[in-house]
Design a protein around this ligand. Structure first.
Ligand code: OXD
Ligand code: MN
Length: 602
């Protein structure tokens, strides 16, 4: 290895002094290093080798299983800068508090130095980070999720980096035996310092709490940098959709955690002749390209997907992606050393061991699911059989349409086209979803999750809305992406799904493509442009057996439901005070009056 940049070497020395690790290892991201880390983790009992090639299972501590929003803080100069949707913490106090926790926290462990790039190395859009961690599982996972190693380190002779300081908070006294998943859940804290920028994470080894390039850098810190520098850091999948005639559109889609983003990003269309290629499943960085179009890159290099309910039926390409080279966390283990989770097959195989390592028999009273509902897999994007070669293009792909969505049983139509950019921003700001297991807390409760960024926007949400409006104003009207709000999760009065979802969502994408091509007309309604219920401008439902009247329900304007929706948005908007852009307050008032006119006419 050539000499590391002095700024990195200095910081590594400081942290080494403070955290007192037994050794320091600079990671180069090589296959040999991966093999070595896997061997070490197997020896320690953190990883269990699986029957599928180059794949392993980890079982976390039962108290360290998801992102911990309640322990995630934004340490901007003032609470106003963080805004009401974030937990603000005083930067000086947090620094002092965390420094005390970090003191000696790596004793008996190795400090891994992880230089990484978010985005293709050398591209203008790319940002760099260096994570210092005492977790070999995190070192292994970061090498999958980011472009990690020597090439990234070399860039730091010229480019700045975001320091990402991470410790499990589990020092080992001399002779003390280790545990498979060291952590300190009671004292976990994930702190973001947007003004430095820097990230300090203590106590958790799991997912977004610990793989700091992802939610912490690419979204929370990324969104602050994006606002300052005039680009966008979004919680979005990216896909390329190609019609039977060979025309391709690029779509970006923001959906809250565990709402099917990965399934949509890897969609296997049921409509003959249509294809989807995957560019990313979780994060997009968008900027205005030299051609004046909004262009997006996926800054990540891996997928950190939710395993439960992934199956050959819901996501065949996802199943192929994880057939080798995958690190699973908190799935069940089969008798023949493979993984299983709820929804993978209709019946669980016999002889399962659950995510906590206990023999598991379905139907035993008091026994929970075999896999943790937030069980995950970590794999390189290059495993995906439908990966678009453009995923590595530093200029990004030109975005034709932006999708918003959430998990909503009622009111919200299957697909709704925004009437303008401002109306599209309004739709994004009104995203709400029933909560899932991706974050700690109750599941199934509807919460406002604007742009699916509630847990990830690193500054005041009102200013973030304003940034979206400004980005639109900088784009030529003819080059602005169109905006759609989709909802795959509607239920009928009998509690059954109205729409089959998964591969059949291609039917909705095909309708959107028709709109983009100008070949499909829509019904202008109070809430937006909706598809015709039947005929050539309707969504193609050929071959589907839907409940009678399903399409009418899925594309109707439910005035009573929207009236409740407006009240709920108004209450949410009120929490943003005078930072709510006037244009969005106006959009809400206009929706209310259009709806009143519809009610009167109807
Ligand atoms: C994720 C999440 O891990 O959104 O992607 O929770
Ligand atoms: Mn996500």
């Amino acid at each position: 290895m050539t000499a590391p940049p002095a700024s990195v070497a200095r910081w590594v020395d400081e942290v080494t002094q403070w955290c007192a690790p037994a050794a320091v290892r600079w990671c180069d991201g090589s296959p040999e290093e991966r093999a070595d880390l896997c061997r070490l983790l197997v020896e320690r009992g953190t990883l269990i080798p699986l029957a599928r090639p180059d794949s392993f299972l980890a079982r976390s501590h039962p108290g360290d299983v998801a992102r911990v929003e309640a322990r995630t803080v934004i340490c901007s100069a003032t609470a106003q800068d963080a805004g009401p949707t974030n937990r603000w913490a005083d930067p000086d106090l947090t620094r002092a508090d965390l420094r005390a926790r970090f003191r000696g926290s790596m004793a008996g462990r190795t400090l891994y130095v992880l230089p990484f790039a978010m985005g293709p190395i050398g591209a203008a859009a790319t940002r760099y980070g260096v994570q210092l961690t005492d977790s070999p599982y995190v070192a292994l996972s970061m090498a999958v999720m980011t472009r990690l190693g020597t090439a990234a380190l070399d860039r730091l002779h010229h480019d700045p980096f975001v320091p990402c300081w991470h410790s499990l908070g589990a020092p080992l006294a001399p002779g003390q035996a280790d545990v498979p998943w060291p952590c300190d859940p009671e004292r976990t804290c994930i702190a973001h310092f947007p003004d430095q920028p820097a990230i300090w994470s203590y106590g958790s080894g799991y997912g977004g709490n610990a793989l700091l390039g992802k939610k912490c850098l690419a979204l929370r810190i990324g969104s602050v940098l994006a606002q300052r520098e005039g680009w966008m850091a979004e919680h979005m999948l990216l896909l390329a959709l190609t019609s039977p005639e060979g025309r391709t559109w690029h779509l970006a889609g923001a959906f809250p955690s565990a709402c099917g983003k990965t399934n949509l990003a890897m969609l296997a269309p049921t409509l003959p002749g249509w294809t989807v290629r995957c560019i990313g499943d979780d994060i997009a960085w968008l900027r205005i390209g030299a051609d004046g179009r909004l262009r997006a890159i996926n800054p990540e290099a891996g997928f950190f997907g939710v395993a439960p309910w992934t199956s050959l039926a819901s996501n065949p390409h996802g199943m192929a992606t994880i057939a080798h080279g995958a690190i699973f966390t908190n799935t069940a283990l089969t008798a023949d050393r493979d993984v299983w989770w709820e929804g993978m097959t209709a019946q669980p195989p016999a002889g399962l061991t659950d995510w906590q390592g206990r023999a598991w028999t379905p139907g035993t009273p008091g026994v929970g699911p075999a896999a943790h509902p937030n069980a995950r897999y970590t794999v390189p994007v290059t495993n995906c059989p439908i990966l678009d070669p453009a995923w590595h293009d530093g200029e990004g792909v030109p975005i034709d349409a932006i999708l918003f969505g959430g998990r909503r049983m009622g009111t919200i139509p299957l697909v709704n086209e925004a009437l303008s950019w401002e109306h599209g921003v309004f739709l994004g700001s009104t995203c709400a979803s029933e909560t899932t297991a991706a974050a700690e807390g109750a599941t199934g409760v509807v919460r406002h999750d604007p742009f699916a960024m509630l847990p990830f926007c690193g500054y005041h949400m009102g200013d973030y809305f304003a940034h979206w409006l400004e980005m639109g104003a900088r784009l030529d009207a003819a080059k602005r992406p169109r905006v759609y709000y989709v909802n795959w999760f509607r239920k009928g009065s009998d509690g059954r799904w109205l729409w089959p979802g998964f591969g059949d969502n291609a039917r909705v994408l095909a309708w959107i493509a028709g709109r983009l091509a100008g070949s499909t007309s829509a019904r202008r309604t109070a809430v937006g442009n909706l598809p015709a219920v039947d005929g050539s401008d309707a969504i193609d439902t050929s071959g589907l057996s839907l409940a009678p009247g399903a399409m009418a329900q899925l594309t109707a304007v439910d005035v009573a439901g929207w009236t409740r929706e407006i009240a709920s948005v108004r209450a949410f908007y009120a929490t943003l005070g005078n930072r709510l852009p006037a244009a969005l307050a106006r959009e809400l008032d206009q929706l209310q009056s259009r709806l009143a006119a519809t009610a009167k006419a109807g």
